[in-house]
Design a protein around this ligand. Structure first.
Ligand SMILES: NC(=O)c1ccc[n+]([C@@H]2O[C@H](COP(=O)([O-])OP(=O)(O)OC[C@H]3O[C@@H](n4cnc5c(N)ncnc54)[C@H](O)[C@@H]3O)[C@@H](O)[C@H]2O)c1
Length: 285
């Protein structure tokens, strides 16, 4: 449903690969809410992937760019300002990749060249993006920059590997740059820490199905979907959140605040009888 939350706003969406991508949903919802956008992804993703379909559907330009290349990023901002007609109001960083995870290198047997790539693609690219935007004065006053993160930045999750370190760095960059960009230009920088979500990047995580089931049982509201994450991004891009900056915002159905839930614990029990009253209702405590 459109509330015109982004009416008249301009934005850049990094990371829409296919219909499952969180960035894909953000792009769709941003346009539905009245924004004009450009899309960008790696040259290979643009050539081989489905993003051109999204560009056609939303009638927006696609700018190929490797987010680890400062030159490519300069071109993304230059071209976006050209086609959108001036400074942009919001930017989504929805980018993550670990060659160590792909090659099944465990955390105690990391390849360090691959670790450099993980950190560059998944975290330092966020710094590069913001630095380029600031130097080009490409983001309007009270503009909003959002990157997507995961709770493995704070707590250890089996199989998340060097992506946990990348997410910790990503969230730190949001705070460090949020301070400078806020102070100088009133631009906001935040991360949204999303539930496990079935996407191409998500499916790279070891035991993803079981992780999703566990997170769902742990979260009082259940896992958040890609569409729900997109809605939260829209709110963060809108004028309703003008004073929110330097935050890591959990969008996870409550998962990050729960130590153990009955539904998760029950999977290790033979039944729920000992938690029921005489009428068969579960006693919550
Ligand atoms: N899926 C999950 O469970 C989950 C949970 C929390 C956070 N996230 C985060 O959400 C973000 C989006 O991931 P997704 O789940 O939508 O998966 P996705 O695979 O659809 O998106 C990842 C994107 O990163 C892009 N990318 C990779 N290397 C790049 C580079 N060098 N330059 C530019 N783009 C590059 C890919 O082309 C792809 O579009 C990532 O930061 C991911 O870590 C995902």
């Amino acid at each position: 449903m459109s509330y015109n939350l982004l009416k008249g706003k301009k934005g850049i969406i990094f990371g829409a690969l296919n219909e499952q991508s969180i960035a894909w949903k953000v792009a769709e919802q941003a346009v539905e809410q009245g924004a004009a956008i450009t899309l960008t992804n790696t040259p290979i993703a643009v050539r081989m992937g489905e993003v051109s379909e999204l560009g056609k559907k939303l009638n927006c330009e696609i700018i190929p760019a490797d987010a680890t290349s400062v030159e490519d990023l300069q071109e993304v901002f230059r071209r976006s300002m050209e086609v959108l007609g001036g400074q942009v109001d919001f930017v989504l960083h929805s980018i993550g990749m670990s060659p160590n995870v792909r090659k099944k290198r465990t955390y105690d047997d990391l390849d360090y060249d691959m670790l450099d790539k993980t950190l560059d693609i998944s975290a330092v690219s966020f710094h590069k993006m913001i630095q380029v935007a600031k130097k080009m004065n490409a983001i309007a006053e009270y503009g909003s920059i959002v990157a997507l993160s995961y709770v493995a930045a704070q707590r250890t999750f089996f199989g998340y590997n060097d992506m946990a370190d990348a997410k910790a760095l990503l969230e730190s960059i949001a705070r460090s740059f949020g301070y400078i960009y806020g102070r100088e230009k009133n631009v906001r920088v935040n991360t949204i820490s999303q539930s496990p979500t079935p996407t191409t990047a998500g499916s790279g995580v070891k035991g993803m199905d079981k992780l999703m089931d566990f997170a769902n049982r742990m979260s009082p509201l259940g896992n958040a979907s890609a569409d729900e994450c997109a809605s939260y991004c829209i709110v963060m891009f809108s004028d309703l959140t003008r004073k929110v900056t330097m935050q890591n915002l959990f969008h996870d159905g409550g998962f990050s605040s729960v130590g153990m839930s009955l539904r998760a614990m029950a999977t290790y029990q033979k039944g729920l009888e000992e938690y029921m009253d005489t009428d068969g209702n579960i006693i919550y405590g």
